[in-house]
Design a protein around this ligand. Structure first.
Ligand SMILES: *Cc1c(COP(=O)(O)O)cnc(C)c1O
Length: 473
């Protein structure tokens, strides 16, 4: 038989899809597996075999029906798991954008479930029976906590900034310090958002120093609509620097009759210096200093859902609500539920720190973390893997989410070394675990920070190391 004929024969011998599916049903528990998934997985496996035969990649015989069915079943198991997976964050980065930013408080998550699975007064004014505003569900709480006159929430802070500029500065000038033209991770650049809104950016000062007189000179009675301050959350300029305070900008904005807007980025209601962290400007302080509009994220230091909150003067918020773009950036009902419940927790600051996971992780003390690290160390040692070298090390966590960029928050971590297995291999194994355990590599040691590990995750990490011993030991 010629080579080509042999190939043709092998190709002909690949079982038909129907036959594989039937074999699956006869030999595996397929009760809960959708028919389409069985067909799809069978197709993928046979297609791979076809390619391998065509390219002569088989050293021996291609797999038989039994082996093919087995491969299909394994593929189905993988495909049947959600794409959106649980991940254990052992990186010590609290607001980790790649890992979903803030965790919701249980109260907020339960409330999302309730409002998502039942009808609600989302846009119904129960007092009049007429159409209501979804924004009214969180407005009173934002006003109460921050001291602003009026408020609303949209999809995220990027949307909030875009919407405000589109409403107040289309075709007009917005004055911003050169030192504040920041790029936030994930390609959000203040100058580009401004351009999209149709506002004309007028940069003043230099990268390291901007003075009040720079703003003053740039103010043009006809053209200037907004003085904007941006919190440069994700980097620090140090050395010979100067910037203009919100108080001073407030005075200037009154003199010139323009709107004073502040993008706080990761807004917070909590004075972080209470936890021994550097002070971040709070929303309350911005409102008090006279900002007409303040925008900030819901899921950074605030510890709520993804949202952009706009707090400000009543007549300005009213104008924003009438902007047709508001409809396109509308906040979803599940987000509103999470936001309302998170805000309610802020009414009692001590409760907020205990119940809002982002604040709880930020405020955890080194003492507490050392104990947790000891617990984690012992759980990992339960794998009885002789090649394992586990130690508790003094280290530092990060706030993340572009907040407190230079701040090393003292913590205690567990460092893992394994004889003949590199830290890169450990990292890869842990990342491919189910659920994935994300740590970091430092000086060739795989490091796990208890600050961001949740209570019920310690045992899962222990099991991951048992798996590692079985597979790589
Ligand atoms: C993070 C951030 C944004 C974007 O906020 P999102 O909620 O991620 O859209 C905008 N401005 C500043 C200063 C930020 O730090």
């Amino acid at each position: 038989m010629s080579l080509n004929e042999n190939k043709k024969k092998l190709l002909r011998n690949i079982p038909k899809i129907d036959k594989i599916v039937l074999n699956l049903k006869n030999n595996y528990n397929t009760k809960d597996i959708p028919e389409t998934l069985m067909t799809q997985a069978s197709r993928e496996i046979t297609e791979k075999i076809r390619k391998k035969i065509t390219s002569d990649s088989y050293k021996h015989q291609p797999p038989d029906l039994k082996e093919i069915t087995n491969q299909v079943f394994s593929l189905i198991k993988i495909k049947n798991r959600p794409n959106f997976k649980k991940v254990i964050n052992a990186t010590g980065v609290i607001v980790h954008t790649n890992l979903g930013r803030s965790l919701l408080a249980k109260e907020a998550a339960d409330f999302v479930y309730e409002r998502a699975t039942g009808f609600s007064n989302l846009e119904l004014d129960l007092a009049t029976g007429k159409r209501g505003l979804r924004y009214s569900l969180v407005e009173n709480l934002i006003c109460e906590i921050s001291g602003c006159e009026s408020a609303m929430a949209v999809n995220n802070n990027a949307a909030a900034v875009l919407l405000c500029l589109d409403t107040f500065a289309k075709g007009k000038e917005v004055i911003v310090s050169r030192g504040e033209l920041v790029e936030i991770g994930g390609s959000f650049r203040i100058p580009e958002v401004m351009e999209k809104s149709g506002a004309l950016l007028k940069e003043v000062g230099t990268t390291n120093r901007t003075h009040l007189k720079d703003y003053e000179k740039a103010c043009n009675d006809e053209k200037t609509a907004v003085l904007m301050k941006v919190h440069t959350s994700n980097f620090n300029i140090t050395g010979f620097t100067a910037s203009v305070s919100l108080d001073e900008l407030h005075k200037l904005s009154r003199k010139k009759g323009v709107i004073l807007m502040e993008d706080l980025g990761s807004g917070t209601f909590t004075d972080l210096s209470l936890f021994g962290l550097p002070k971040e400007p709070t929303v309350q302080e911005s409102v008090k200093a006279g900002a007409d509009i303040v925008t900030f994220s819901g899921d950074k230091l605030l510890g709520g859902p993804q949202a952009g909150i706009i707090a400000g003067k009543k007549e300005l918020i009213e104008k924003i609500r009438q902007n047709p773009l508001t409809r396109a950036l509308r906040i979803d009902k599940m987000t509103l539920a999470a936001l309302e419940m998170t805000l309610r927790l802020y009414r009692e600051p001590e409760k907020a720190v205990k119940k809002i996971p982002t604040l709880r992780m930020l405020s955890a003390s080194p003492n507490e973390l050392q104990q947790q690290a000891d617990i984690l160390k012992n759980i990992i040692l339960e794998s009885k893997f002789e090649k394992l070298n586990v130690s508790v090390i003094k280290n530092s966590s990060r706030a993340g989410g572009g907040s407190l960029p230079e701040t090393e928050i003292p913590t205690f971590c567990v460092g893992v070394k394994i004889e003949n297995i590199s830290s890169i291999q450990i990292e890869k194994f842990m990342r491919k675990n189910s659920p994935p355990v994300m740590g970091r590599i430092e000086n060739n040691i795989f490091v796990l920070d208890p600050r961001t590990i949740q209570e019920d995750e310690y045992e899962i990490i222990g099991k991951a190391f048992k798996n590692l011993k079985e597979k790589l030991g």
